[in-house]
Design a protein around this ligand. Structure first.
Ligand code: ADP
Length: 597
């Protein structure tokens, strides 16, 4: 900012100029008036003196006494400090105090003499012809007894007048200088006092513009600047409120976007991505820095999605489509947000892969269950057909058939039982009790139940238990079912003379139970799949069993807050392990509405 453009200077400069012009103008006018007054006064003084001198010189003049005249004139000139000239009616100089009268020219046509000859008295200010300097003259005519004797003139040197006027002028100049200096100081002070609050306000507004919305400024003055300051403060306050509430809204929106499970992308008119939420970054394997500013097509890297997005530019309503890219199944919804800004598009991507997998599992489940039902039903139909075809007449054969039918019905009802149990646990409708229980009796009971079966296969079953096993939180009968299912499998998949080991031990805040066998083992790629419903590793599905046992094991263990897994090597045996939470030592039982999954 140029210094002379500031408000202070704008106020000071015209003020100073005005005051200086007025002061100098006034002193000029005043000086002139004073000069005129002084000259008039001098003229009047000289006129009085001339009248006195006329009185004194009348006698020698009338007598024509030249010497007396000159002497008297010289005396009075001395006393009055003036120049005295005596002039005859014809203009000849009769006596003169400063010059030799003989050398002086005729004075009849001097203006003061002319005036005096007409009006009796005359005065003039003019340069002297004789002396060449400015002089003030006063002349009176001398008339005695009607006889015109001539004129007496008293003059004062202009030098004396100028000296008087000079003193005056100096006083005036000093006055004008003093007044100007005072005016300049005053103007600067006023300008500063006026400009200071404006400068403060301007600094305040500049800081406001730079984003400092919390600064405060106090103004106690009631003038326009004070009012402006208060208005600006109020505006800053409102601005602050608005920005704070906008920030809060933005934070809320960002919170919603960030925590959304759906992927959200926004694009501008040019098709560049302007917003991408964390879910979208994860889904599209990108980062915000990489995605922002790039085209939608480049960011999604899937032409099916890009096609839906392009299509949405032409239709008015939201455009919803399902896109299957092989490994993923996505639903894309593209809406036009033209009221936000023309050309803005919002794309929401939902990963429905897991929904599709669940659907697939459901289909597989239905097909599995139909398959599992078909075998026993087919053999029952065959038995009934055989009986109807005449086997009823052969009682021993009929009894055999009925026995087989009984076995099939047992298998069927066991399967239905297991299915029901599984669905009950999965749905979480049956709460798993969380009681403090000792696992040792549970393990023993399961083993004792299956011991006859193990002995039939000449299998040795050994228990390895620590002297003191911590109590666990759980549901006794259900845990017994877990161990029974694992042991049952171990017996089923272990050839004759094999060994089965049951081991339990404390591990941190958990208790781990392991059931190992020296049986046929499981291929590594199936280690997860064997826990699925109806899954059987044997492709011919010829081994007895429904494929539900391990699914039940998994769900019961998960409902207890534990985990279950298998370690196995094909041909060398398998080891199934599961963990349970230890019961807290304070002796209180914990009731938990445990839910599977
Ligand atoms: P199943 O009623 O067929 O035993 P499970 O769910 O108990 O059903 O087991 C699923 C599959 O896991 C079995 O068909 C079998 O192939 C495999 N399996 C389970 N336990 C063992 C084991 N101890 N040794 C080898 N394979 C096993």
């Amino acid at each position: 900012m140029h210094r002379h453009r500031t408000i202070g200077w704008r106020i000071a400069i015209p003020h100073v100029a005005l005051i200086v012009v007025v002061t100098w103008g006034l002193s000029l006018v005043f000086g002139q008036t004073l000069r005129r007054a002084t000259v008039d006064q001098t003229k009047a003084d000289l006129m009085l003196q001339a009248r006195v001198v006329r009185h004194v010189l009348a006698d020698p003049l009338a007598a024509g006494d030249a010497a007396g005249l000159a002497k008297r004139a010289a005396e009075y000139a001395e006393v009055l400090g003036a120049r005295i000239t005596v002039i005859a009616p014809d203009g000849q100089v009769l006596a003169e105090t400063d010059q030799d009268p003989a050398e002086m020219r005729n004075h009849l046509y001097r203006p003061e003499i002319q005036q005096a000859s007409v009006a009796g008295e005359g005065a003039a200010v003019r340069p002297s012809d004789t002396l060449g300097v400015e002089m003030v003259y006063a002349a009176v005519s001398v008339v005695e007894h009607g006889r015109d004797l001539g004129f007496v003139r008293v003059a004062m040197r202009g030098r004396d007048l100028s000296a008087q006027l000079g003193v005056l002028r100096r006083a005036l100049v000093l006055l004008a200088l003093g007044a100007s200096a005072f005016a300049v100081t005053l103007a600067i002070v006023i300008a500063e006092v006026t400009a200071r609050p404006i400068r403060r306000l301007s600094l305040f507004v500049r800081r406001l513009a730079a984003g400092d919305l919390e600064q405060r400024m106090l103004s106690s003055s009631d003038d326009e600047v004070g009012q402006l300051t208060r208005d600006t403060m109020e505006m800053a306050g409102r601005l602050h409120e608005t920005i704070t509430s906008l920030n809060a809204q933005t934070a809320r929106l960002a919170g919603v976007l960030n925590s959304m499970a759906d992927a959200v992308l926004m694009t501008d008119q040019q098709g560049s991505v302007t917003l991408i939420n964390p879910a979208a970054q994860t889904l599209l394997h990108t980062t915000e820095d990489d995605a922002l500013g790039r085209s939608f097509t480049q960011v999604v890297r899937q032409h099916e999605l890009a096609a839906v997005w392009r299509e949405a530019s032409d239709v008015s309503g939201p455009c919803v489509e399902l896109v299957d890219s092989g490994d993923r199944f996505l639903q894309i919804t593209v809406s036009a947000l033209d009221d936000v800004e023309p050309g803005t598009r919002l794309a929401v991507l939902q990963d429905l892969t897991h929904v599709r997998r669940l659907e697939g599992m459901r289909r597989e489940f239905v097909s599995n269950i139909s398959h599992e039902l078909r075998t026993p039903l087919a053999s029952m139909r065959a038995i009934v057909d055989t009986l109807a075809a005449g086997a009823l007449d052969d009682p021993p054969a009929a009894a055999r058939f009925v026995q087989r039918m009984d076995a099939e019905i047992d298998a069927l009802s066991q399967m239905v039982e297991e299915l029901l149990e599984l669905s009950r646990i999965e749905s979480g409708r049956v709460p798993i009790r969380q009681e403090r229980i000792d696992l040792v009796p549970v393990l023993r009971a399961a083993t004792e139940r299956l011991l006859p079966q193990a002995e039939r296969g000449r299998l040795t079953v050994t228990m390895h238990l620590p002297p003191k096993l911590p109590l666990v939180l759980g549901d006794g009968p259900r845990l017994q079912q877990v161990v029974t299912n694992l042991l049952h499998n171990a017996i089923k998949f272990t050839p004759e003379s094999g060994a089965i080991d049951i081991e339990a031990r404390a591990m941190g805040d958990r208790v781990m139970v392991m059931v190992s066998d020296s049986g046929i083992g499981i291929r590594p790629e199936l280690h997860d799949r064997i826990f699925e419903r109806f899954f059987k590793a044997d492709p011919s599905r010829s081994t007895p069993g429904t494929g539900l046992g391990l699914a039940i094991v998994k769900h019961i263990v998960l409902a207890h807050g534990g985990s279950v897994w298998v370690d196995s090597e094909l041909g060398h045996g398998s080891r199934f392990s599961f963990t349970l939470l230890q019961a807290p030592s304070d002796g209180l039982s914990v009731e938990a509405g445990a839910a599977a999954e």
